[in-house]
Write a protein that binds this ligand. Structure first.
Ligand code: F6P
Length: 322
């Protein structure tokens, strides 16, 4: 193998740049030519491919986002789009592709792999909903951003005896909400994996008020059956009963936009290096991730066919400690 390309796809995640840097420099050191694909799979279809040198990835390890850009491409979901993508790579003589991204991105890499392209995936999404890696690039930084916000919200909430519904990202998975709630000492956590009972939530808030708490923090995952706005609307008329007045804060993309912390830089560096090394050694069709502190490679076919389960015992733990 003489030429490989790297792309980032789906939601950006802090640490993607560190993975790009590690994969690029590992491949260059092994004598390969490296190319960057800009704007994810859409850019691949449109042939937005440029050489990446060792200096092009200098000074990026500490930067959030992705220097390659990202996109969500509907066209790539079609077989025609996927064939166009492979043609683009062929035009540059590129023989292998490293895809840094989450669920949707790895579904794409699995499709390319089935079409015969040597692909390695690198597990990266703030949602941490990707099978094949206990923790994915970006999660730790996103969690720390959410926690900083929670700590600040507690200060203002306590001053006014308020309950805050804080919405965090996580379209289909409650991992971020669960961990933010656990680490932030929230009174309640609302996640897609568990059906919401607003009356039970009301009880938790009432009890918090009766215990003499100055605030109540409820962490709500974006993808839960009741989002933060809906919960606030439900409790609008219940001021007397709850004790607290209600406010809503949606953290949204703020969580994705941070610079990576130490954990994400190190994880991304290890995974980027490992993906490139495996590809150079002839391995492909796999997702590189971390499991029990070891770097592992899981077949992409298994990754796309499996679901990562959330450890709901941690929800019980947070309830025990509220
Ligand atoms: O997949 C990561 C994620 O941040 C989800 O948590 C969120 O629902 C989604 O991306 C938002 O996507 P977009 O950036 O396209 O608005």
């Amino acid at each position: 193998m003489k030429k490989i390309a790297i792309l980032t796809s789906g939601g950006d995640a802090p640490g993607m740049n560190a993975a790009i840097r590690a994969a690029t420099r590992t491949a260059i050191r092994a004598g390969l030519e490296v190319f960057g694909v800009y704007q994810g799979y859409q850019g691949l279809i449109e042939g937005r491919i440029r050489p990446l040198g060792a200096r092009d990835v200098g000074g990026i390890i500490q930067r959030g986002g992705t220097i390659l850009g990202s996109a969500r491409s509907e066209e790539f979901k079609t077989i025609d789009g996927q064939r166009k993508a492979i043609r683009s790579l062929n035009q540059f003589g590129i023989e292998g592709l490293i895809v840094i991204g989450g669920n949707g991105s790895q579904t794409g890499s699995e499709a390319l792999s089935r079409l015969g392209l040597p692909v390695m995936g690198v597990a990266s999404t703030i949602d941490n909903d990707l099978y094949g890696s206990e923790i994915t690039i970006g999660v730790d930084t996103a969690l720390n951003i959410a926690l900083e916000a929670i700590d600040r919200l507690k200060i203002t909430a306590s001053s006014h005896q308020r309950a805050f519904f804080v919405e965090v990202m996580g379209r289909g998975c409650g991992y971020l909400a669960l961990m933010t709630g656990l680490a932030g000492g929230a009174e309640a956590i609302v996640i897609p994996e568990v059906k919401t009972n607003p009356e039970e939530l009301a009880q938790v808030m009432e009890e918090a008020y009766e215990k003499g708490k100055a605030h109540a923090i409820v962490i709500v995952a974006e993808g839960a059956d009741y989002n933060a706005e809906r919960l606030a609307a439900y409790f609008k008329e219940h001021r007397e009963r709850l004790g607290f007045s209600i406010r809503v804060t949606t953290l949204g993309h703020v969580q994705r936009g941070g610079n990576p912390g130490a954990y994400d830089r190190i994880l991304a560096t290890r995974l980027g290096w490992n993906a490139a090394t495996r590809m150079i050694d002839g391995e492909h069709g796999k997702l590189v991730g971390i499991n029990k502190s070891e770097i592992t490679a899981t077949p992409l076919s298994e990754v796309v066919a499996s679901k990562k389960e959330l450890d709901l015992r941690l929800l019980e733990l947070s309830q025990l400690l509220d």
